[in-house]
Design a protein around this ligand. Structure first.
Ligand code: NI
Length: 134
């Protein structure tokens, strides 16, 4: 980890007032910590814009387990992508719905392909993909 470096920043005063208000709402105690977090997030976003980036993350879905053949289809898709799936966690939500978190690691492009195949399967009601670069 590098040493701390001080640098001066000039910004519009109205922008700074709004920024400080947001920092207060997000419980930041110093501007330095907030700016560090925003810098890291900018770097992460840049890394995530590269299809060949190595990433880890999760695909989270809610689906109707009464829909015929859906479970088989989801299982078939996951077997096709077993090289990038580390684990999956299934939770029964009430009588109709199931929640599944599929933990993935690998090339971003492959993970997005898996996520889009799952998302577009009939009976999948909601789907999110969250990725963090390695
Ligand atoms: Ni279930």
């Amino acid at each position: 980890m590098g040493k701390l470096t001080r640098f001066g920043v000039s910004v519009n005063s109205d922008l700074l007032v709004k920024f400080d208000s947001v920092l207060k709402n997000q419980n930041y105690s110093t501007r330095s910590k907030a700016i560090e977090d925003f810098m890291r997030q900018t770097i992460v976003n840049c890394e995530l814009s590269n299809d060949s980036s190595q990433v880890v993350g999760s695909i989270n879905i809610i689906y109707d387990h009464h829909r015929r053949e859906l479970l088989g289809k989801l299982t078939d898709i996951q077997h096709d992508f077993q090289a990038i799936i580390l684990s999956s966690h299934h939770i029964h939500l009430g009588h109709h719905n199931c929640f599944e978190a599929i933990i993935v690691k690998g090339e971003k492009k492959s993970i997005e392909e898996l996520a889009s195949k799952i998302k577009s399967t009939k009976g999948v009601k909601n789907s999110t993909l969250r990725l963090i670069p390695l």
